[in-house]
Design a protein. Structure first.
Length: 141
């Protein structure tokens, strides 16, 4: 399970550091576009589960299913990390997420999200404590 928040610089080769506790001996990942201008990093078994689930959904509008699948899969890349735990982010995904100098690496349970730090700060500040408290109440937490 991936939990926590980490701030890391992006080097000149578009590499970011993935914290050790997120790596846990694995080195087969899939990096794809996420929502709200972030990137999603899945370990290979979880990615396979997502694809299986997606294939078994019954869509009313098959054109939307195809469009979503194309958008998700066309930009996705299989990747691994070097011996220092760095992940190379392809330029098309750097551009999509607007990642420049610093990245925010966030554990989301079943996946890791990678954000440009300025975008993450704006997003997380915009959510606010009142919204967080209201949602927690709805979820009965």
């Amino acid at each position: 399970m991936y939990v926590g928040y980490f701030l890391h610089a992006v080097d000149k080769k578009n590499r970011i550091f993935i914290p050790y506790r997120f790596r846990s001996g694995k080195n087969n990942y899939v990096l794809s576009r996420g929502l709200e201008k972030c990137l999603w990093l899945f370990d290979s078994p979880r990615w396979s589960q997502i694809l299986d689930k997606f294939e078994n959904l019954s869509w009313q509008d098959k054109s939307k299913q195809r469009a979503f699948k194309r958008t998700l899969l066309a930009g996705a890349v299989e990747c691994g990390m070097d011996s220092q735990g760095r992940l190379i982010i392809p330029s098309h995904l750097m551009e999509y997420a607007g990642i420049r100098k610093e990245s925010s690496v966030i554990g989301m349970g079943d996946r890791i999200e990678i954000w440009d730090s300025a975008v993450w700060k704006k997003y997380s500040t915009g959510f606010g404590e009142k919204s967080f408290a209201a949602l927690a109440e709805k979820l009965d937490i």
